[in-house]
Write a protein that binds this ligand. Structure first.
Ligand code: FE2
Length: 388
């Protein structure tokens, strides 16, 4: 067996209604708390209960809001305000963008200068890894940022980018996942975020860097999703289904942080830097054509390729049939992905503002990351055209 390494949070707390468990943990920190949240979170009754409990326990806190995907300027301006008297702990409560903002702020409060200087592919400095303790509470089931070592910052537009601030130490010290937050999310947000999480699970599962440990977690996350996500998209989800996709999303963070991703994210990341497209929508659109292309190319090369066995295993899980040929089982998996994209009713790339010129540029600037089959620029362009 090949060796591997695996990084994870110091503590992961998961459970329906667990949000209030945050309060005693904050009390232990003995100092001011810096909360970063999204706007919509504050309308949720869960937030009201949390605020009440914080007040009752006499926890001193500052509150800031982030709307949309965080830019380097958002991070710099928050750090400027708080660098002279830094908090004891940074808590981010919200979707993936809020968590990424919190992660970047907790790190940059311990560095000097702008976050731009530390971004991969943009700056020239390497982050030291020093940070203020950071707690992440996701309110969507999507990016898995509560378990990853990077914060994605973006500046969309023709000269835009979407880049990561990354260090092993940036994995949040605490990930506290309460699936109850999902109950009040609009359906299109659940759909888009879920597509991101499922893409992350599947891409890390078939990644060239996958390990026995990442595979075990990916398999658990994938089967949770295969059982629950269709029900969620149909609008019939209850506590069990919301819990399943919340767990799947968290596991996707752990698996992507350790096994990496593939061509879906290799293209989605570039798209997100050029136009304002929700990350999950980009993943959801690209997932069926890229996965189908990957499986078809590998079938031509070697019918016993481990990736095909993994994909066939998922088809067997869905159908409950072990007697099917590899190709037939993969077909069942692909049919389920197609059903999801139809239910999610994602808009095409043209509707989302991608011009012909940017389409070509996306294909050129994107890559395959750890995909088990490397697609050419022309092939990536054909995937993009198929969802234009
Ligand atoms: Fe993603």
């Amino acid at each position: 067996m090949v060796g591997f390494s695996f990084s994870a949070n110091k503590k992961i707390l998961f459970g329906w209604g667990e949000t209030l468990s945050l309060v005693p943990l904050l009390k232990d920190q003995k100092g001011r708390v810096f909360f970063i949240t999204g706007k919509s979170v504050k309308k949720n009754p869960l937030w009201k209960s949390l605020e009440l409990e914080l007040r009752r326990e006499g926890i001193k806190a500052d509150f800031e809001e982030i709307s949309g995907e965080p830019s380097p300027e958002d991070v710099d301006s928050l750090c400027e305000q708080y660098r002279s008297s830094p908090p004891a702990v940074v808590v981010a409560l919200g979707g993936g963008s809020v968590l990424d903002a919190g992660k970047a702020v907790s790190a940059m409060l311990r560095e000097t200068g702008s976050v731009m200087e530390y971004l991969e592919g943009v700056g020239t400095k390497k982050p030291s890894g020093a940070k203020i303790p950071f707690f992440a509470l996701p309110t969507t089931a999507g990016t898995g940022s509560e378990c990853t070592k990077n914060a994605v910052l973006s500046r969309p537009g023709i000269k835009g980018f979407k880049k990561s601030l990354r260090h092993d130490n940036y994995i949040p010290d605490l990930a506290l996942i309460d699936p109850q937050w999902l109950e009040s999310l609009p359906r299109e947000v659940i759909a888009s975020c879920g597509m991101d999480a499922f893409s992350q699970l599947l891409e890390s599962y078939i990644s060239t860097e996958a390990s026995p440990l990442s595979d075990a977690l990916a398999e658990e996350g994938l089967t949770e999703f295969l059982e629950a996500f269709g029900v969620v998209l149909e609008g019939n989800a209850g506590k069990d289904e919301f819990s399943s996709i919340a767990l799947g999303a968290t596991l996707s963070g752990l698996t992507l942080a350790n096994a990496g991703l593939g061509t879906v994210h290799g293209i989605a990341g570039v798209l997100g830097g050029l136009i304002e497209i929700p990350h999950g929508t980009a993943c959801g659109l690209l997932l069926p054509p890229v996965m189908n292309g990957t499986f078809q190319e590998l079938l031509k090369l070697d019918e016993d390729h481990p990736t095909l066995q993994k994909a066939a295993g998922l088809g067997q899980f869905l159908s409950g049939r072990m007697d099917l040929k590899t190709e037939e089982s993969i077909q069942i998996l692909m049919e389920e992905l197609d059903r999801w994209t139809t239910l999610a009713a994602l808009p095409g790339l043209k509707t989302l503002g991608l011009t012909e010129e940017l389409l070509v540029r996306t294909a050129m600037e994107s890559g395959n990351k750890n995909n088990p089959y490397s697609f050419s620029e022309e092939e990536r362009l054909s995937f993009l055209r198929s969802v234009y």
